[in-house]
Design a protein around this ligand. Structure first.
Ligand SMILES: [Fe+2]
Length: 282
């Protein structure tokens, strides 16, 4: 890490409770422009465009079971790659922190779980994307044109840890700016751990946003790919957790500010799945 980087405390409210963490980086404000473009957007003409997010019903119980089994398999594979032996039948994903007890091994596991594809799951995400299309007025696909592949990530957040992304917008990265973000609760997701967002924040102009460049933020010595947004010119963030329930999904604009998904549960690892859907060409 570059020692000349400024050290900041990012302080925010999540459901009215204060939370803060230290972040290093070079922070700046942008131009007086709104990056979110309505025209041609996946959210264009939806009734939830101004909020920037929506909770939808996503799965049947059978589909959810298939999905959580695949997630368990992938986490087990990551644990095996980290060199830890686990008896598959005894393993409950919410107990992850009891097996992975240091940062070094955790980083080895997420090295596997952060970059998965359709083929790593038993659920057909192509079919799921078409099902989600009814909420977006445009056909969706898990195949991301710019990447020429799908991109699926399992998010693992241990209790009392800084296993978080800073508040950010995926849309700052060129290959994510036209996609739809999907966040799916799998285990340990509740009012103490679910993903926080800022309603309507995709419409905040850049001259009110204080952020780093891509790959410009460090938390706990870990470098983050996404630019970190520390605050707006109106002061610290007021975030809230929409908290989708089992079988539901949170869908949102890549310009909606989200992150800081601190897991305040003391005895369960939070597991969530992140999908990204692109517009499907006819
Ligand atoms: Fe994100």
């Amino acid at each position: 890490m570059d020692n000349s980087l400024e050290k900041h405390t990012c302080a925010l409210l999540i459901d009215n409770e204060p939370f803060s963490f230290n972040v290093s980086g070079s922070f700046f404000k942008g131009k007086p422009e709104v990056l979110y473009q309505s025209q041609g957007n996946i959210l264009e003409n939806t009734e939830w465009e101004s909020e920037g997010f929506k909770i939808i019903s996503a799965f049947s119980d059978i589909e959810f079971k298939l999905l959580s089994n695949s997630i368990k398999k992938n986490i087990l594979k990551g644990i095996k790659l980290a060199g830890i032996t686990v008896t598959e039948n005894d393993f409950n994903i919410g107990d992850y922190h009891k097996y992975i007890t240091n940062q070094e091994n955790h980083l080895k596991v997420i090295n596997h779980t952060k970059n998965l594809r359709n083929e790593d799951f038993d659920l057909d995400f192509e079919k799921l994307a078409l099902k989600f299309s009814k909420h977006t007025n445009t056909k969706l696909t898990p195949y991301i044109k710019q990447l020429q592949s799908s991109h699926i990530q399992i998010r693992i957040s241990r209790p009392n840890s800084l296993d978080i992304n800073p508040p950010h917008r995926d849309g700052y990265l060129d290959y994510w700016k036209n996609i739809l973000n999907i966040w799916i609760p799998i285990a340990g997701c509740n009012e103490h751990s679910s993903l926080p967002v800022i309603e309507g924040s995709h419409l905040i102009p850049e001259d009110q946003i204080i952020r780093t460049k891509a790959k410009g933020a460090y938390i706990n010595g870990n470098q983050y790919y996404v630019p970190c947004i520390i605050k707006t010119t109106n002061g610290p963030f007021k975030m809230f957790r929409p908290n989708p329930k089992k079988n539901e999904a949170l869908i949102f604009s890549p310009f909606l500010i989200h992150g800081a998904a601190i897991n305040k549960n003391t005895d369960v690892t939070r597991i969530a799945l992140e999908l990204r859907f692109d517009k499907k060409e006819d």
